[in-house]
Design a protein around this ligand. Structure first.
Ligand SMILES: C[S@@+](CC[C@H](N)C(=O)[O-])C[C@H]1O[C@@H](n2cnc3c(N)ncnc32)[C@H](O)[C@@H]1O
Length: 216
């Protein structure tokens, strides 16, 4: 039965037969904090955790920047944040925003020893509109603001050469009716940006990764 299924998906068949090391779910050196955060996430019944593959990609991108300034919108239980922190250099920093005070308190506790991590309880939209500080090398927008609202504002906060990353762009089981249309509208809007280059990945939960051109 399993081999029949695998035969229908040639890529997976190839990988399993010939190159097990290429399985994308085999991720080496996961963040030290991850297991603890995952178990807390299960304990509190958090329903929106970020995917490990997304986390691994974030960590890889974050590690490319010297003295990086990273922004995450939607701290949640801190799963994606644990990957971001794992990729952070010594002199880099990350700011993460969530409007749920109980989640913010919980995640602040996980990262309290790390001065590079700042977790803020605020409405993401309000925070974006009020922000006038240094621009960011990478923004992971994992909440409504900075993705489905305040889009122009958030893209303006990225430095040339910086990344904008969003996940959950392929239909998810928790999507309400009509969300497909909203997601497609967002993709169309992003595609009109001449100052960014985009890669759509039908991988993980559906990733869109954009780089702001250094020479637009
Ligand atoms: C998809 S979850 C984020 C998951 C998180 N990245 C993780 O790995 O655990 C979205 C988060 O956005 C937060 N959120 C929803 N609306 C928000 C808003 N207007 N401003 C800030 N955060 C918001 C929710 O509380 C939730 O924790």
């Amino acid at each position: 039965m399993i081999s029949l299924l695998l035969l229908k998906i040639p890529n997976i068949y190839e990988i399993v037969q010939n190159n097990l090391n290429m399985l994308d779910t085999l991720i080496p050196k996961k963040p030290k904090t991850l297991a603890q955060i995952q178990s807390k996430s299960q304990e509190i019944g958090f329903t929106m955790p970020s995917d490990e593959l997304t986390g691994a990609l974030l960590r890889t991108l974050v590690a490319s920047k010297l003295n990086a300034n990273i922004l995450e919108l939607g701290t949640g239980v801190g799963l994606s944040l644990s990957w971001i922190v794992d990729g952070l250099g010594q002199h880099s920093k990350v700011t993460s925003i969530d409007n749920d005070p109980s989640l913010v308190t919980l995640v602040q506790d996980f990262f309290k020893e790390d001065a590079r991590v700042k977790i803020i309880c605020d409405d993401g939209g309000q925070w974006i509109r009020n922000y006038s500080g240094t621009k960011f090398d990478l923004i992971f927008a994992d909440a409504w603001p900075g993705k489905y609202s305040e889009l122009e504002e958030i893209l303006d906060l990225i430095v040339p050469g910086g990344f904008y990353l969003i996940d959950d762009m392929v239909r998810q089981p928790n999507w309400p009716d009509g969300h497909d249309k909203i997601a497609n509208q967002l993709i169309s809007k992003l595609e009109t940006r001449d100052d960014f280059l985009m890669t759509k990945m039908n991988w993980s939960t559906g990733i869109i990764m954009m780089t702001k051109k250094v020479d637009p």
